[in-house]
Design a protein around this ligand. Structure first.
Ligand code: 15L
Length: 274
């Protein structure tokens, strides 16, 4: 059985993945950040620490076949924090993978790497990246780093541009961006068992009727989502939209308005962006 390491196991998504994988009997090592994880089952392989420390990375990756790397800053934050957690620590993780012969890393990229596209555009996997802030920019950088470690060192990566991974969709934007938990777990199963992946970037999104993202070209992973946010559309569209006009115009939603200084901030949501 393959040994899987999960970083960011104490985070919002890590918590979901950790308990689901333990229930399925996966040989899992879960790593939290500075706050120690409390074992969920007897003898659970848990650890914690700062991944910018190579010794912590060694502990994480020893004997591991696949790393699911969900650790790092997951929202817009001041640049120094993003650099430490999402740039420096990511280099340590990939360097650790070289030392330990880890063959594959699932890297949590984000839709915020393309957040400046208007909601009227449908994106293919090879679209130009258009980050909506320093967080999204760090994910664009991470995808390039992953590409480099495949090209130069033969470490496989699946960069998953996660949409909105919440239990159920709750707002209009989610009708396009939702990544249901059931689909997430199926996705991660495929990331463990699929062969000959090399480098891949793929949208982490469910089979939403209103999706903005097209996964053509990533078929070799075998990801076949079955959840669709449309089941909640009537209920959601009857309620208020929590996004302002700017957030409604761009795929990155509320992240777009952070430190936005163009003078079209209050333009109507229906305005076509370029
Ligand atoms: C993300 O990348 C964030 O980590 C998450 O908190 C959500 O904001 C999500 O994107 C989203 O765009 O809905």
């Amino acid at each position: 059985m393959k040994k899987i390491a999960l970083s960011g196991a104490g985070g919002q998504l890590g918590t979901v993945v950790r308990s689901a994988m333990l229930k399925r009997g996966v040989a899992l090592r879960s790593a939290g950040g500075m706050k120690p994880l409390v074992p969920l089952v007897d003898g659970e392989d848990v650890m914690n620490g700062d991944l910018s420390d190579p010794a912590v990375v060694d502990r994480l990756l020893d004997g591991v076949d696949v790393l699911i790397h969900f650790a790092g800053t997951s929202v817009e934050r001041p640049l120094p924090e993003i650099i430490d957690n999402n740039l420096r620590a990511l280099v340590e993780v990939y360097e650790g993978a070289r030392r330990h012969g880890v063959r594959r890393i699932v890297f949590a990229s984000s839709n915020h790497a393309i957040g400046m596209y208007p909601v009227t555009e449908k994106l293919s996997l090879d679209c130009e990246l258009r980050p909506d802030g320093f967080y999204g920019l760090s994910k664009a950088w991470g995808e390039s780093l992953a590409r480099m470690y495949w090209d130069k060192h033969g470490i496989e990566s699946i960069c998953v541009r996660i949409g909105s991974c919440v239990e159920r969709p709750t707002e209009p934007r989610h009708l396009s961006t939702w990544f249901g938990h059931q689909d997430l777990m199926h996705f991660l199963d495929r990331c463990v068992v699929a062969e000959n992946i090399g480098f891949m970037a793929i949208w982490g999104v469910s089979a939403n009727t209103r999706s903005w993202w097209d996964n053509s070209g990533a078929e070799r992973l075998g990801y076949q989502p079955t959840q669709d946010a449309e089941a909640w559309a009537t209920e959601i569209l009857a309620g208020p939209n929590p996004l302002d006009a700017l957030g409604q115009r761009f795929q990155g939603g509320s992240f777009v308005g952070l430190s936005y200084t163009r003078d079209d901030r209050d333009a109507p949501a229906s305005l076509q962006a370029s």
